[in-house]
Design a binder for this molecule. Sequence first.
Ligand SMILES: *[C@@H]1O[C@H](CO)[C@@H](O)[C@H](O)[C@H]1NC(C)=O
Ligand SMILES: *[C@@H]1O[C@H](CO)[C@@H](O)[C@H](O)[C@H]1NC(C)=O
Length: 360
Amino acid sequence: MIMVVSKVALLTILAVALLPWLPNAVDINHMKQLAAQHNVTCILTFGDSSVDPGNNNRLATPMKGNFPPYGKDFFNGRPTGRFTNGRLATDFIAEALGYTKVIPAFLDPNLKPTDLLHGVSFASAASGYDDFTANLSEVLTVSKQLEYFRHYKLHLGKLVGQQKAEYIIRNAIIVLSMGTNDFLQDYYLEPERPKQFTVEQYQNYLASCMFSDIKEMNRLGITRVVVVGVPPLGCMPLVKTLKGESSCVKSYNQVAASFNSKIQEKLAILRTTHGLKTAFVDCYKVIEDAVTRPRQYGLEEVSKGCCGTGAIEYGDTCKGLSTCADASKYAFWDAVHPTEAMYRIVADEAIKSLSETLLA
Ligand SMILES: *[C@@H]1O[C@H](CO)[C@@H](O)[C@H](O)[C@H]1NC(C)=O
Ligand SMILES: *[C@@H]1O[C@H](CO)[C@@H](O)[C@H](O)[C@H]1NC(C)=O
């Protein structure tokens, strides 16, 4: 009897020791070493709400997340403008590289000159590869984000000198994360683009926008680019609600997946013909997997968001609503955006991809 009990106890201890979500375990110390070996200086981000830490707070747009319950699980439970309950994937990546726990917004009025050294975000919620998408919500187009990047470079030069500024930018990791709004806020909602393009032509157009944006960044001195793919759009609670489906909407997922292939083709060209170092973060794969096998990732609720009913609310319509008790068990914070827990999973995937490609 005693023998049996101790065997059970032993098995329990083994199980507990082996359990903590191994599929995505990442060696942070190894990551810091790699970053140092490659002289990585900071992270600079461009894109939409997936990487906007609060630039939209400064804009006259309804696309904001700087009120409760956003930021509920951020340091001090403070809303920042991030469209989630805590930190974004890029905040976790910056932390893993060893620089800073959060990447601030370039337009943050509290930004100190020295913050520029550790990386900033130029991203703007509701933006996309197509400038027309950002214009629909009166947020920062990528062209405008690039203009702010030029300002950043000037400020940096004044702070540390021209040569050091160029070194910082050459060794920075640039992250582009957008595309969702080009489909959901633009192509599938507004008449202009469908009049001009079939879905496939539009995907090609978006990929060519990405290509020329990265070439422009390269002219400004960057050499390392990470592009985050579009997530499985059909698995977003809002899309499922609008389409009246209980499982992921296949047609939307297919559009996201085929667009991601086009992004990767462009990245291959940037590597071979422009000598850039690139990495692709397959957030489609990781989010779809998490939605299919939540327990593998420590999640329990993957069909609805944590804010309000979880079926339709995001941004303004989530303002002041009550939330689920434990967002760390949810994949989605609102009907569109991932929770901090999901962003941590995406960050693990990104760090893996970085160490296998960009910093290999
Ligand atoms: C990092 O910097 C050192 C010295 O400044 C240089 O020798 C080395 O080649 C750089 N490494 C990479 C991967 O750029
Ligand atoms: C977006 O708006 C800016 C500023 O009004 C304008 O210059 C630009 O042409 C617009 N772009 C598109 C694609 O609508």
